[in-house]
Design a protein around this ligand. Sequence first.
Ligand code: NAG
Ligand code: ZN
Length: 452
Amino acid sequence: MVSIITIFFFIFHLHFLSIIFIANASSSSSSSIISRFQEYLQINTAHPNPNSYEAADYILSQAKSLSLEAQTLEFVKNKPIILLKWTGKNPELPSILLNSHTDVVPVESHKWVHDAFGAHIDSQGNIYARGSQDMKCVGLQYLEAIRKLKNSGFEPTRTIYLTFVPDEEIGGHDGAEKLAESDVFKEMNVAIILDEGLASPSAKYRAFYAERSPMWLVIKATGAPGHGAKLYDNTAMENLMKSIESIRRFRASQFDMVKAGLKAEGEVVSVNMAFLKAGTKTPTGFVMNLQPSEAEAGFDIRVPPTADQEAIEKRIAEEWAPASRNMTYEHGQFKQKQSTLDNFGNPALTAVDNSNPWWALLEEAVQGAGGELEKPEIFPASTDARYFRRQGLPAIGFSPMANTPILLHDHNEFLNQAEYLKGVEVYVSIIKTYSSYDKHSEAKASSFRDEL
Ligand SMILES: *[C@@H]1O[C@H](CO)[C@@H](O)[C@H](O)[C@H]1NC(C)=O
Ligand SMILES: [Zn+2]
């Protein structure tokens, strides 16, 4: 009798195991991975009215299926941040944070071949949707990688956190900025942050160790008004034009270095004129025989942490908007001037040499998944990573999209499904490598952080 019961249980047990196995196998099949990506892309999280709660609920449902601890943080009403946690075997060790944003930029629907929130897959396997590159791909790839690791029985040594923030595309002030300054974040004891990068048209992935700080500038000139036929000195237009000539020369000097291949785009100071405002208007145009008494121009300036921000400030005061030429200036209509330094007065950049083990581990993990990294770069625009670097923490911008045209914020943004699936494997390798790294004191994330 006993043996029959045992056999019965044995068969029952086998059967039960195989059900679990089939369930796991199907939930991690390529087609279900792609379906979940499509579901996430189909949630319209475009500004100015992102469905942040719908996206949050979707992430929470995924977290539940993965048995991750989850909480919703709301530092600002209607701006939910989802925080997920996979506790490590040694929770004393500083943790890993995988960040992504759920929001996307708006679309001009009529310029898209496919519905921007349809996640249509074409015959080549390209998935079309706003957010397919920036950056719903990364958010779900983190989760798919965790699904694979859990199914394989892997247990992390370090704790892994995931954050899904709602407002990166409008500055991140209510999301990542509040999070990075919060007590919740301090308690997370984070050693390294991964955040978004950019697609790479080559076969190698790109990684970013810093980003440029915006320093928007509006310069104003005043001068004596007069007849349009009269030649005289110190008009507002003349005063402004002298500045524009000087700014243009500076812009060319920076751009020439990029054109000559001496520096990458993110390593130079970019200056682009955003507006010119002058003249006396009539209902049909401008008064022509009058030299106006005021003229102004606006510039988008981006400064890498490797440049001397104070020197640029000095150049503005002395050459681009000198009081001696009756000029004034301010930093843009949103008073947008970000420091290139972190809270400790150091350049806000993450070391990418052997002083930072996380960099070497990233290279190793990407290679382990059959990928390769380009030389690390400075991100030309802004991401949420800056709020973490500002805290003196190492943060690397990385989105595993090789062989992909850069289409963020563009019409017909897409990502190929094979590339997406490859990216999941890259994160499997990264999460495994990062969360297994158990050295404590020998590792220095960067020169300005004492202990990991
Ligand atoms: C500055 O403004 C003053 C007062 O209008 C004028 O006398 C002077 O010539 C101006 N200087 C320049 C360089 O425009
Ligand atoms: Zn983004």
